[in-house]
Design a protein. Sequence first.
Length: 167
Amino acid sequence: MSTKKSLFTNISLICGIASAAITVLIFFISGSPFDMLHKVDLGNTLPPIWVWGISSAVFSFLSGYAAGILIGNMWCGKIVGNNEISAYRGLICFVALIFLSNLHYPLFFVAERFLISLTVALLAIVCAIVCAVFWAKPSPLSSVIISVYALWMIYVSFVNICLIIKI
């Protein structure tokens, strides 16, 4: 049993670290957000960019960890039947969520495509909610973590809307 629990923990951590690493890599590849920040003054709406980066990486880690919990449970045979189908459907939404949330950063901060980035953020919220619904029965903890990630994306959308209104 301890081997299965160890495997379960390792898969969760590996998925979380991989998800956070992808987010950090996107930040470095995208370039500096400071050009956009100097053009637009959002006042107290946008936290310092280092807080934004750390928050994004932490929430990305947590979402990957949530997926790892689910994958570990499936690997150990704890999720079977209809719950397994629901878990796989949620994983499809999870992959879309990670793609969209990582696409938002370069669109918003670097390309300055605010309407497109808002659309991407809203789609990411939908993916997170659908993912949480699919994961509710097979892994309630994963569902809660993805719901918290949806709250982060709602904040990201709020910042995006504030910028669009200001411009």
